[in-house]
Design a protein around this ligand. Sequence first.
Ligand code: GDP
Ligand code: MG
Length: 204
Amino acid sequence: MKDTSEPSPDEIPIKIMVLGNTAVGKTSFILKYTEDTFQEVHLSTVGVDFRIKHITYNNKKYKLSIYDTTGQERYKTLAFSLIKNVDGIILIYDVTDISTFKSVPDWIQSAREKKGENYPMIILGNKIDLIDKRKITTEEGEEIAKKYGLDFYEISNKESVNIENAIMTLFQKVLTNIEQYGRKENPNTILSSKTFKKRKKKLC
Ligand code: GDP
Ligand code: MG
């Protein structure tokens, strides 16, 4: 855990969760964005973890918490129990692995069951640097995103392609969504770092 502090009073808390099958590059994506690092090894994620990034946007300060999950079946319940407290979802598949792409509709439906149709979400096709291993074309990615009315990027954590663009696109959607629909619950009061740690301890 990187950060245990509550946001400073002038920071607006925003929570984002990263979902997708095992090994699509969720942890790598978060580490690339928050720490600008990349490792070739699979960084096994236990349950749910999170990283913080402080950003300034339109002269306002935000504390962006990015929740990492594991695609493993037994932790799906934990991920979806936390979903009610997050403002947006990044859904990742691996362009070299068909099964991860086939799971995209399931992830979207599960998220929409909890959060509704208008919930801010973005689809990312990762590992486009592996040109020879690619199985899913850009067009196939665009098509599924269009079908569900979601924004879409192809990314590479390894070669730093579209990482910032992806996050900022979702971030803007989240802000618009909060402006339009308000925030039913204040994510600070319902998911403080302390509560989060307690819940995680229980489950792992
Ligand atoms: P997670 O299970 O979804 O969190 O996946 P990880 O972030 O642990 O990544 C799984 C594997 O994919 C690791 O070996 C990473 O190094 C690798 N990986 C992640 N992103 C990329 C990428 O953009 N390109 C390549 N070539 N490998 C990647
Ligand atoms: Mg992981």
